[in-house]
Design a protein around this ligand. Sequence first.
Ligand code: TXA
Ligand code: MG
Length: 322
Amino acid sequence: MGILPANKTNIKIAARTITQGGLVAFPTETVYGLGADVFNSLAVARIFEVKKRPEFDPIIIHIASVEDLNLIWRQRPDVALPLIESFWPGPLTLIGLKSPKIPELVTAGLDTAAVRMPNHSVALALIKEAKRPIAAPSANLFGFLSPTTASHVAQQLGSQIDLILDGGPTPVGIESTVLDLTGKPTLLRPGGVPLEEIEKIIGPVRIAPPSPKPLAPGQLTHHYAPRATLVIKHDNLKLPSKLKIGYLAFSSAPANISAYKVEILSPSRNLREAAANLFAALHRLDQAKVDIIIAEPVPEEGLGRAIMDRLRKAASATYPQR
Ligand code: TXA
Ligand code: MG
């Protein structure tokens, strides 16, 4: 890891680091972000790993031109345009229906994707130089404040990421406003663009009911759960005989399993790879219209904790767990 001043040469190095699958912390006008190539699921899995978040949370995608929206959303809500014209580049994150091009892990399995164009020359230059959108949450450890200087990032994540671009203190200092446009415009997180300014442009905005976990608008209820009942495998589990079973294996499926469809998360038992594949595997099992998903538990260390959190949430209360 190194901290490099954010000049032209170093932005080029940082862009190459991103395209090669690395993680780069970079300044935006709000706070420092921890960036990865949006199309590289393994790199995105590493973001969750280094942040030590015990659960998956959808990540904001950063773009440098409005055309890039087509990579991210499958349709643009009408109300987005006046907001984009008024506030981009700037601290307003907009949520729309996700394009299939965006990997499932970026949006934590949701059918929606959050995107913004940061108003910071370093962030914009980095995205342009990398020639792809950059997925980036705030560059802090889980439970810590968002970093507004390069040294905040270095203190929390220094040894674990590939590069920190130092662009000085971030001017806004609070995170972006998060606005969901998939239905009636709804404020999920207050932030750098005041609600009143938004309402001047598009009229009244709904305010999402307060989340049980502050600072986490990607609330549980928004999260993807498979259609099929999911059961976490345990020793006394009796497999119902007449059902179409989808089997979610960690590294390999047992030879005697009579499943309709099997998904394997990581043949080499690598938790980063397993995390990168998790949501897409669950979606494929759903698409196969299985009645029940039997999920093998994974070791609860590193990313395994977030994987187990997701499986437990999907298992919910509908089936008796051990
Ligand atoms: O200012 C910012 O927004 C900074 C800079 C780096 O851009 N980023 C940031 O990211 O604060 P993060 O991950 O710390 O917070 C983003 C919030 C998360 O709480 C997440 O749940 C929510 O946005 N979010 C992202 N995608 C979402 C989606 N599709 N639906 C609902 N909430 C979403
Ligand atoms: Mg954050």
